[in-house]
Design a protein around this ligand. Structure first.
Ligand code: AMP
Length: 249
């Protein structure tokens, strides 16, 4: 069984994003970038399926700038077998990403595509679902457990107030939630080995996909600053404060 794992290069989750002075977006100049954390979980899950003998090949794919090669090399160092970079400097929206992935799926014929549930830069949470719709495949989103069993996969999903398990016929789409696994760190020898693994370079034009944006961003603003809290000594004082601030009449 072949697995396809799309990985996105995003602003590192430890970095506090800065909004550009003109309000057109987030300033990415000289900012640390990393693999989207949910995609690390997707790569880890793919490797575990391969280690269990359930998968034969893991192909990592990224759509983004030349530097997304680094993200793919990380996936290769973790244990993916080969990689595809669809290179573009444009901001590619989830629908265009899904259309590109659809073409790659048609070419590569994986049995399972494991994506992150969302990319932490745009928080769209759309690509996996759109890819499922474009391919007409079943989808198990927000997975906290994935079990491949013959020609089917059972996915335990994190839903409001509990867990839901769905069984999908392969081929299928899975998107990862935080509790699915803890991704491994790539060891130094594996980082060295990853340098010689195959990384194919493509462009959106190679797949005939129009990546022109469908949305225009009107404005990006910082969240408003929260006022510091006040400690009160008693319930009476709390009620007085609430009255003073007009929270209660
Ligand atoms: P999103 O719908 O943008 O929140 O992204 C959900 C998932 O789709 C991510 O966790 C990735 O697995 C995949 N994805 C989104 N954008 C890209 C991209 N540019 N390159 C590769 N994978 C992507």
């Amino acid at each position: 069984m072949k697995l396809l794992v799309p990985v996105k290069r995003v602003i590192d989750y430890n970095v506090k994003p800065r909004v550009k002075a003109d309000g057109t977006g987030v300033d990415l100049a000289n900012v640390k970038m990393s693999m989207n954390p949910f995609d690390e979980i997707a790569v880890e899950e793919a490797i575990r399926l391969k280690e269990k003998g359930l998968a034969t090949e893991i192909v990592a794919v990224s759509i983004g700038p030349a530097k997304a090669q680094e993200t793919l090399r990380t996936a290769l160092a973790m244990g993916a077998d080969r990689a595809i970079l669809v290179q573009t400097d444009a901001d590619v929206e989830p629908l265009a990403v899904a259309k590109l992935l659809q073409k790659i799926v048609e070419e590569e014929q994986p049995q399972l595509v494991i994506l992150g549930k969302q990319a932490i830069d745009d928080d769209s949470n759309q690509t996996g679902q759109m890819l499922g719709a474009l391919l007409g495949w079943g989808q198990g989103t927000f997975a906290s457990k994935v079990e491949v069993d013959g020609q089917a996969v059972s996915v335990t999903r994190e839903v409001d107030g509990g867990l839901e398990t769905v069984k999908l016929n392969l081929p299928a789409i899975v998107t990862t939630d935080l509790r699915l696994n803890e991704p491994r760190y790539a060891s130094l020898p594996n980082i060295m080995k990853a340098k010689s693994k195959l990384l194919a370079q493509k462009t959106p034009e190679d797949y005939g996909v129009d990546i022109a944006p469908r949305l225009s961003i009107l404005k990006v603003v910082e969240p408003s600053k929260r006022q510091a809290g006040v400690k009160v000594g008693s319930v009476d004082e709390l009620i007085d404060k609430l009255r003073e601030t007009g929270v209660v009449g």
